[in-house]
Design a protein around this ligand. Structure first.
Ligand code: HEM
Length: 495
């Protein structure tokens, strides 16, 4: 029995190898005018070339050899890589429509099933994206503006840090909760207390999935989904966590549906449910429960980890560079004083604005995003890209582009200041990507970063615990996060 099992497995492996070789040979020969790339091995493609700890190093080496547009092969999947600000913008801005598709990555195909916005395609994506942006822009949703919701959360965050009386604290969960509460308040209309088991549970599901998505096991799943799905491993945890998050969302909107008041759109889910009731073709085609569940999940996930990781970078960099922190505090004193920071203050605060931009550039939290896909056959820079080609814009290569930044590997707020101390935009500042798929929550994220950052530095001086060194080496995963560390928030005023 045992021997029969072994023989069956060996036969399956041989069939798989042969099939792979056939497809591999076909792929190699099919399109001679495809962007150049390194030679591939059967089965693994170019995976053996990658430095697992820091894939961006390998991409840089490949770009030095093949130029700003090249191709690599992960398993059976060819991917076109865009390296540097010029190539990314040329594709996403000058050929916006053609590059606006989203690649079907097995793990996301399985969890999102094409619904929602982040992993959706075609008309469904367009309708969901339009709805999302209009609702997030709708500062007047319900009685509270978006700014009010963030300011309310700033108050709670300050109180929490005050309760530690300047003693060292590991800030990840606290900052995650503050940011999660802003998005929960927009989506569901209420917030949770710090330490509430429900919000802790939801955040854990998201954090664990983010960690797993950058792991070798998930890369393997994405390369050989039909085989790996039968094995134990991280992909199963991702599915389980996703299911738990979906159950929570489903229960929440079912409850809200039963209490819906069409004259009062208190939150994002209400606004969606009201769309469902409109008697038009869109409500049936797009505003159904599957889209609602995935859209809410997308916004919770996309809105939480990214913004809180950026804030944690910001606070860590202020601990590392106390002189820069002092300059920000000086500007806060001059422009805001002891009043509540508000978004309108930002335009009078070029230094703080430059520091926040530099935190995003240097933090470089999403080095490589979920790939795009071409929506039709097309020519790009002399290469032929068939419809459905996967395209990976390396945002790191724009944020660290030597052509655009004087000191790309240093934390240097002057990248965004001119000689008169005025704020200047930089074309290669692409933490939110570019073109039709660029971040749908950019304005919300910018408002959160400014309000949380200024409010904390207005109230506290941030320091490393006595006798410790500040380490700004990132932990590389699906996101680039700071290492776990402790922070002392020392109150600046006696109140
Ligand atoms: C500092 C914080 C943030 C950063 C750095 C960030 C960055 C990004 C990036 C790089 C993308 C991929 C764009 C592409 O595929 O070309 C993206 C997509 C997206 N982001 Fe953000 N994001 C942040 C915060 C937020 C927030 C707060 C929300 C909303 C609650 C949000 C919602 C989305 C959505 C819905 C998409 C998918 C857009 C689409 O596929 O059409 N993000 N974000």
């Amino acid at each position: 029995m045992f021997t029969l099992g072994i023989i069956t497995i060996l036969l399956l492996i041989i069939i798989f190898l042969l099939l792979n070789k056939v497809f591999y040979d076909q792929k190699q020969n099919k399109n001679k005018n495809f962007p150049p790339g390194p030679n591939c091995l059967p089965i693994i493609g170019n995976m053996h070339l990658f430095d697992i700890k820091d894939p961006s190093k390998t991409f840089t080496q490949l770009s030095n050899k093949f130029g700003p547009v090249f191709s690599v092969q992960f398993g059976m999947q060819k991917v076109v890589v865009l390296y540097g600000c010029d190539a990314i913008k040329d594709a996403f801005v000058n050929h916006a429509e053609e590059f606006s598709g989203r690649a079907d990555i097995p793990i996301f195909k399985e969890t999102a099933k094409g619904y929602g916005v982040v992993f959706a395609h075609g008309e469904n994506w367009k309708v969901m994206r339009r709805f999302t942006i209009s609702k997030l822009r709708d500062f007047g949703m319900g009685k509270k503006s978006l700014e009010d919701r963030i300011i309310e959360e700033c108050d709670s965050l300050v109180q929490i840090f005050k309760s530690y009386g300047g003693k060292p604290v590991e800030n990840t969960t606290i900052i995650n909760t503050a940011v999660a509460n802003v998005i929960v308040s927009i989506l569901l209309g209420y917030r949770y207390d710090y330490g509430d088991p429900t919000i802790l549970k939801l955040m854990n599901l998201v954090n664990e999935n983010f960690k797993l998505l950058g792991s070798p096991m998930i890369m393997l799943y994405n390369t050989y989904p039909y085989i790996v799905r039968w094995l134990p491993g991280g992909h199963r945890t991702v599915f389980k966590n996703n299911e738990e998050l979906n159950n929570f969302i489903r229960e929440t909107f079912t409850r809200q549906k039963s209490q819906l008041d069409v004259n009062h759109q208190g939150n994002f889910i209400d606004a969606f449910l009201i769309k469902q009731l409109e008697n038009n073709p869109d409500s049936e085609l797009y505003f159904h429960n599957d889209n609602l569940m995935t859209l809410v999940s997308n916004l919770f996930v996309a809105g939480m980890e990214t913004t809180s990781t950026t804030l944690r970078w910001g606070f860590l960099l202020m601990m590392k560079y106390p002189e820069i922190q002092k300059n920000v505090q000086k500007e806060i004193e001059q422009v805001i004083g002891l009043r509540q920071p508000q978004i309108e203050h930002r335009k009078q605060m070029p230094y703080t604005d430059a520091v926040i931009h530099e935190i995003q550039r240097f933090g470089n939290i999403i080095p490589a995003i979920v790939p795009h896909a071409t929506t039709q056959d097309m020519m790009f820079r002399g290469y032929f890209l068939p419809k459905g080609t996967h395209v990976l814009p390396l945002l790191t290569s724009a944020l660290r582009d030597k052509k655009y930044f004087e000191k790309p590997d240093e934390f240097y707020p002057q990248h965004f200041l001119n000689s008169h101390g005025h704020f200047v935009e930089n074309d290669a500042f692409l933490p939110f990507s570019a073109g039709k798929r660029r971040c749908a929550g950019e304005n919300l994220a910018k408002a959160e970063l400014f309000l949380f950052f200024t409010r904390l530095l207005q109230t506290f001086t941030l320091q490393a615990p006595p006798g410790t060194e500040v380490d700004i080496t990132p932990v590389v995963g699906f996101t680039n996060a700071p290492k776990i560390h402790k922070m002392c928030a020392v109150p600046r005023h006696n109140d």
